[in-house]
Design a protein around this ligand. Structure first.
Ligand SMILES: Cc1cc2nc3c(=O)[nH]c(=O)nc-3n(C[C@H](O)[C@H](O)[C@H](O)COP(=O)(O)O)c2cc1C
Length: 108
């Protein structure tokens, strides 16, 4: 199992309602895939943690990177883990201006 953290920049015309739609769809799909995590959005940038089986997370990350609703996609960190930090969140939106909740999860 791995935990992966990336950062990106939202497309200019994306609003909070769009992001809520992304998260609602992601939560359903991630649940089916056995993926958990959190997405932080500060009105301009995304920072997301994804946890799950390595091959599943890597495939999902390729799809997310190709999504034209954001750009400047950059993986910041990736590590092997024994257990998820967000076991109950198939995907949770975190409105967090400094992204600290998300980034600190990498130290778990
Ligand atoms: C910032 C951002 C985060 C996303 N996170 C996820 C995610 O965690 N899980 C997911 O399935 N899709 C996520 N998506 C959407 C995917 O890029 C893609 O649209 C979706 O997986 C396609 O779903 P489908 O196979 O049902 O068409 C995200 C998109 C963006 C822009």
């Amino acid at each position: 199992m791995i935990r992966l953290l990336y950062f990106s920049t939202a497309r200019a015309n994306i609003n909070r309602r769009d992001v809520e739609g992304i998260v609602a769809h992601a939560a359903t799909k991630n649940k089916a895939l056995g993926v958990t995590g959190a997405l932080a959005y500060n009105g301009r940038n995304f920072c997301q943690v994804l946890e799950g089986p390595e091959d599943v997370v890597h495939e999902l990350v390729m799809a997310i990177e190709a999504d034209d609703r954001h750009s400047g996609f950059k993986v910041l960190d990736e590590k092997e883990i024994d257990k998820p930090h967000f076991p109950d969140w198939s995907m949770q939106l975190v409105n967090n201006l400094d992204f600290s909740t998300i980034i600190n999860a990498m130290n778990d």
